[in-house]
Design a protein around this ligand. Structure first.
Ligand SMILES: [Zn+2]
Length: 166
């Protein structure tokens, strides 16, 4: 796919989302869980360097589990969650026996038999990573989380006071 096709596909995916208002990552996760009929569960763990990843999505028979590095900021964690949601929405599922073994060592509470799909950043193609990252950015943008409108809040009031506001 060309970059333009990737962008179009991601825009369509994000456009089809019913983004909660007011937006929060928690509300989005709830929305998606209901829509997919599968709970998305967030776990904060110390992934460390063992997986060369700061986020991880594991689909089991009954749920989608997102693992997020605990030793980072809330903003970064939310970005990781959106990135992993990007992988879920794009359906970037793969099976990797070797990594299932590595993960069952790291997260012994999950039995390897339960893990039907396992995803670590290192297993994705560059294109899949771009897609997931793009979906995360588009959700950010759609939710207005990145940059508040320049003509609201303090700056809007200032512009109005200065008579430069249209
Ligand atoms: Zn990724």
């Amino acid at each position: 796919m060309t970059t333009r096709q990737v962008r179009k596909r991601c825009q369509a995916l994000v456009g089809a989302l019913d983004l909660p208002r007011p937006f929060s990552v928690e509300a989005l996760i709830h929305e998606l869980s209901v829509r997919r009929g599968r709970p998305i569960l967030i776990h904060t763990v110390s992934l460390g360097s063992s997986l060369n990843a700061c986020g991880l999505w594991i689909a089991t028979e009954g749920s989608d589990n997102i693992y997020v590095e605990e030793k980072t900021t809330k903003f970064h964690q939310e970005h990781i969650i959106l990135h992993e949601i990007g992988h879920i929405l794009c359906d970037h599922g793969i099976t990797d026996q070797e990594n299932q073994g590595a993960l069952s060592t790291l997260l012994p509470s999950i039995s390897p038999e339960l893990i039907s799909r396992l995803l670590a950043r290192t297993n994705y193609t560059t294109e899949q990573e771009q897609e997931a990252e793009l979906v995360a950015s588009l959700i950010h943008a759609a939710a207005g989380m990145l940059t508040p409108s320049p003509s609201t809040g303090v700056r809007g009031a200032l512009e109005a006071a200065l008579g430069i506001r249209e």
